[in-house]
Design a protein around this ligand. Structure first.
Ligand code: ADP
Ligand code: ZN
Length: 625
């Protein structure tokens, strides 16, 4: 099967069956390799989505008639969880294990022998039995997956003797093998390779912890301002001129911008090449070779460049335009600093970029796929606009872990959230700022007067412009009647309007740590604004975002369903899904489809209940939060 076609099918399954818009780091590489018939070792942290690395290829195989995937898994409880979760998504999966009675085992075996199962989970002990091996020889097997593969190692802490015999299966079954683990030292990895008899496996190893990378976001509107800031950035990492250590990649969303940026860089004295899919094969090869050999030190490229690129000394990755998902961003930015030396990842962000992404992704896919893309675009918008540690934001996005410590050196950690309050206004001063008419200024004052506590300038401006950024989801900004009333003005103009009101004394400043605005003389209810500034936390604090009543209701619902269905509660839906529903308050099945992590099968099963809960607990109930 050609790789590109396989990938397209795999990606469709990812969205249709699992309900995810994009791969997480490492998944695409593993899935591509296995679908193409190569062995793979996947070493990813717990919670990062290892199972998908064999589940998607399993479905690609079964749905093209290539046979069943055998998953060897050491714990019955784990097996059971996986099978139930897959069945809940409409996948034909089952397990044979010792907690089943003879009749149940027979039922599974005959379904397997009839070729009806897409995935069959077994214990290593079962896999070692002769009866099982005879069974394997009688039906087509597409893939062998070995979960918790470190159990094969005598150096590991959970050595299981039967793992040593898995390699024997490879003599009976002609299929690629994928081994997965979260814990492996180099020695254990080597042992996995030899003991499972892996043939030139692809090793996928992605941690989320990239302490040498400094992530930052710059809110920049116009092309010219971006070009100027880009040149400063590249100059700052010592890349002006023909020679010297290090290199940089500048990612753009379109071919046209790629060419324009590269040309401007060359005339500003940078040794810059460019790469995009619209160039001839020869031109692309030359651009890549020149960059690899160091003849060009900066490569301006679309996302067509980068797969399989492993250069150690990329000191800076600048996204000149915001890409369409956090997954794409993290994958591209993650190419910086492979050698472990300090490197920078800068994202240029502006509302126009989101529009570009929407345009690029529109009209090519089904409504569901487009809805998921929209959810991805909104996730990167939140990443760019939310004042929380960048590294922590990735961890939360990719693993659901919300309690990681702040990295201490991203832009937010360094400057505190007020950075985001000033950045856009400051940088955009190059652009024309409209003077707001008197009614618009009155609207601003009326909005502040209605709020129960002070707000930051930028958040206020965003709410007045009808933004859906997560940072304004609290403090009544979304529910105030003035929300969206100043849609006709751009953000810097509204911010400038707020500043003029401050100068005129119609608004006052409140809060010491984070500058916020307030009505002069009006008492502030509740806590001090510096502690509870809307939508943000001080870097380093471990507080979880406060969830509303919808989240509370959904959590109870999830527990009830889990009991009823004998599922684990996360199989009903995950905490991240609850928080997203709480935030978005979907009011239709279409809106539910935009919630990441909630696939069609779940929507069919639970959708009406969720919508009823949102109707009951959402809306005004949130305002007092
Ligand atoms: P691991 O085995 O690595 O500990 P799992 O395979 O159990 O992790 O996955 C952890 C969670 O992440 C699961 O609930 C899974 O549904 C979710 N997940 C996996 N891949 C993705 C993805 N591409 N997008 C969003 N969520 C994902
Ligand atoms: Zn940080």
């Amino acid at each position: 099967m050609p790789e590109a076609a396989a990938d397209a099918t795999a990606h469709q399954l990812l969205t249709r069956v699992f309900g995810y818009a994009d791969y997480r780091p490492g998944q695409a590489e593993a899935i591509d390799a296995v679908v193409a018939g190569q062995d793979a070792v996947v070493l990813l942290p717990t919670g990062s989505g290892k199972s998908l690395c064999y589940q998607v290829p399993a479905l690609v195989a079964s749905r093209s008639g290539a046979g069943t995937t055998i998953v060897i898994s050491p714990l019955i409880a784990l097996m059971h969880d996986q099978v139930t979760a897959l069945q809940a998504r409409g996948v034909k999966a089952d397990a044979i294990h010792s907690h089943q009675d003879a009749e149940e085992q027979r039922r599974v075996v005959s379904a397997f022998l009839r070729g009806e199962l897409e995935l069959l989970y077994v214990s290593p002990e079962r896999a070692a039995k002769d009866s099982f091996r005879r069974m394997l020889a009688r039906t087509p097997i597409a893939l062998l997956a070995v979960d918790e593969a470190h159990c094969v190692s005598q150096w590991g802490h959970d050595f299981r003797p039967d793992y040593m015999r898995i390699a024997e299966l490879r003599e009976i079954v002609e299929a690629p093998l994928i081994a997965l683990t979260a814990t492996a030292t180099a020695r254990v990895l080597a042992e996995i390779e030899t003991r499972l008899n892996l043939r030139t496996p692809l090793c996928v190893q992605t941690g989320f912890d990239r302490p040498n990378l400094r992530f930052s976001v710059r809110a920049l509107r116009t092309h010219d301002v971006r070009q100027r800031v880009l040149e400063q950035e590249l100059e700052g990492v010592g890349l002006r001129g023909r020679r010297g250590p290090g290199r940089a990649i500048v990612y753009c969303s379109t071919r046209k911008v790629t060419e324009k940026v590269a040309k401007a860089l060359r005339s500003a004295g940078f040794a810059a090449g460019h790469y995009h899919a619209g160039r001839t094969k020869l031109a692309r090869e030359r651009a890549q070779q020149a960059f690899e050999a160091g003849r060009t030190r900066v490569l301006v490229a679309t996302n067509a460049f980068g797969m399989g690129i492993d250069l150690p000394d990329i000191r800076s990755i600048v996204h000149f335009q915001t890409p369409g998902s956090v997954e794409a961003y993290y994958q591209e930015a993650g190419r910086a600093g492979r050698d472990g030396a300090p490197s920078r990842c800068v994202l240029f962000f502006g509302a126009a970029d989101l529009a570009t992404q929407r345009r690029l992704s529109s009209g090519v896919a089904s409504a569901t796929v487009e809805e998921r893309r929209e959810a991805s675009i909104r996730a990167i918008e939140s990443y760019a606009t939310e004042p929380s540690c960048r590294q922590r934001a990735f961890l939360l996005h990719f693993t659901g872990a919300g309690d990681a410590t702040a990295c201490g050196h991203c832009d937010v950690c360094e400057a505190g959230p007020e950075l985001l309050e000033t950045d856009s206004a400051e940088i955009d001063s190059a652009a024309a700022i409209a003077t707001l008419p008197a009614e618009a200024l009155d609207t601003i004052v009326a909005a502040v007067d209605r709020l129960s506590r002070p707000v930051g300038k930028t958040n206020l401006a965003r709410a007045l412009r009808g933004s859906r950024a997560k940072s304004i989801s609290r403090g009544g900004l979304l529910t105030m009647p003035e929300y969206g009333n100043l849609q006709g003005f751009d953000e810097p103009s509204v911010v400038a309007g707020i500043e003029s009101l401050l100068r005129d004394g119609r608004l006052s400043r409140a809060g010491r740590k984070f500058p916020t605005v307030w009505i002069p003389g009006k008492p502030i209810r509740g806590q001090a604004p510096s502690d509870r500034r809307s939508g943000s936390r001080a870097p380093g604090s471990r507080a979880r975002p406060r969830a509303g009543r919808v989240a509370w209701a959904l959590d109870n619902y999830r527990k009830r369903q889990a009991r009823k269905l004998k599922w684990k509660s996360y199989m009903v839906f995950q905490r991240a899904v609850i928080l997203a529903i709480d935030r978005e308050e979907p009011d239709s099945h279409a809106a539910l489809a935009r919630i990441p992590g909630l696939g069609p099968a779940k929507i069919q099963r639970f959708g009406d209940d969720i919508l009823a809960l949102v109707r009951e607990h959402g809306g005004s109930a949130k305002q007092g939060e």
